[in-house]
Design a protein around this ligand. Structure first.
Ligand code: SF4
Length: 351
């Protein structure tokens, strides 16, 4: 068993065993309490690491991290951090993005099985075949893609800058937009672009937040603002509700996760309905404690994000695993597509 500073994983698990949760072998009793948090911080310091947590992580993971944010902001923090080791609490493509922006650093993820249904909705072979159909098209990929897909991409985008990225492409060039159909529809609506082909991918969590639920919630909370992530199946419905006058247009905000935090600090509303993964509520409530934030769908929880448990994070820091690897050529090509996006501006946002 690995021993760090006289603490064995088994000892720690035993001391924290007042609530038994599923976890990696040897860590099944670990819960995210104060003792756990102190041990996590000690191990982070011992490794000389930076601990990053995505906005959709469990509250206790967010609270113990050095930085909390959206996927791209975290990757840029990882690249700028003086530490040589990055512990990325998020899903695998996010840790890969951190790795391609910081190829010389060690990037760890607490559970490498934490995937993403949206990133999985387009494979490298599928993208290659699509490009063969439209050889002159410019490929725009949302950052929720694998490193291998980024390597075949011309320009990456986030939900905050997808409109600007597509608008930067000459009007006579065709665009292949992947993998998220809801974000793609939002971009096509805003830009009015007709020569834009949209891949029919989706995130199972965001697609499950549907327009009927949004309409019901909007009717039940007539004074609430609506914060809607453009990956949501309900993004179109939110605009429709506004267009029909069911919800005043100024109360509907289509926002990236970073944009939601800015809007939370500025809102004059006392109640806000939030249409995205429910982990986001924790940061929103911290940003604006006086506002009542309600989930449009309180079952919108990403099981991949929630694979990063207190036990998994402890194991990661004790064992130095799981390490994220991206082959150098894939990283070089993927980095170029991310850097083209950053050059266009407004690189914040994303999931
Ligand atoms: S919420 Fe959806 S897009 Fe985000 S990590 Fe989970 S599956 Fe992927």
């Amino acid at each position: 068993m690995t021993v760090l500073n006289g603490t064995t994983a088994g000892d720690l698990a035993g001391r924290m065993a007042d609530q038994i949760l599923d976890g990696p072998d040897g860590y099944s009793g670990v819960v995210g309490d104060a003792e756990w948090a102190a041990e996590i911080r000690r191990l982070v310091d011992q490794r000389g690491a930076t601990l990053l947590a995505h906005n959709y992580q469990l509250p206790e993971i967010q609270d113990v991290a050095d930085h909390v944010g959206d996927s791209l902001a975290l990757s840029r923090i990882a690249a700028d951090a003086p530490e040589d080791t990055i512990v990325f609490c998020g899903v695998h493509f996010m840790a890969e993005t951190a790795k391609i922006l910081s190829p010389d650093k060690t990037v760890l993820i607490p559970d490498q099985r934490a995937g993403c249904s949206l990133a999985d909705s387009i494979t490298v072979d599928e993208l290659r075949a699509w490009k063969d159909e439209y050889p002159d098209a410019v490929v725009v990929s949302y950052v929720n893609t694998t490193a291998a897909v980024k390597a075949l991409t011309d320009i990456c985008c986030t939900s905050a800058n997808a409109v600007d990225v597509v608008a930067s492409i000459p009007a006579d060039r065709e665009v292949l937009f992947c993998p998220d159909q809801f974000l793609g529809a939002h971009v096509r609506r805003v830009t009015g672009r007709t020569n834009m082909h949209i891949w029919a991918g989706e995130c199972h969590v965001h697609a499950g937040i549907n327009g009927d639920e949004l309409a019901d919630q909007a009717r039940s909370h007539p004074d609430a603002e609506l914060f809607v992530h453009p990956e949501c199946g309900c993004a179109t419905s939110a605009l429709y509700l506004a267009g029909e006058g069911a919800v005043p247009e100024e109360r509907v905000k289509i926002l990236s996760t970073g944009g939601m935090l800015d809007a939370a600090r500025e809102t004059g509303a006392s109640q806000v309905l939030v249409a995205t993964e429910i982990g986001m509520l924790h940061q929103l409530r911290r940003a604006a404690p006086e506002v009542d934030f309600l989930a449009v769908n309180d079952r919108a929880s990403c099981r991949y994000m929630k694979m990063i448990t207190p036990a998994a994070l402890l194991r990661c820091l004790v064992e130095g695993a799981d390490e994220v690897h991206v082959d150098p050529e894939t990283a070089r090509l993927g980095r170029a597509s991310v850097q083209r996006m950053i050059a266009i501006g407004q690189p914040g946002g994303g999931e």
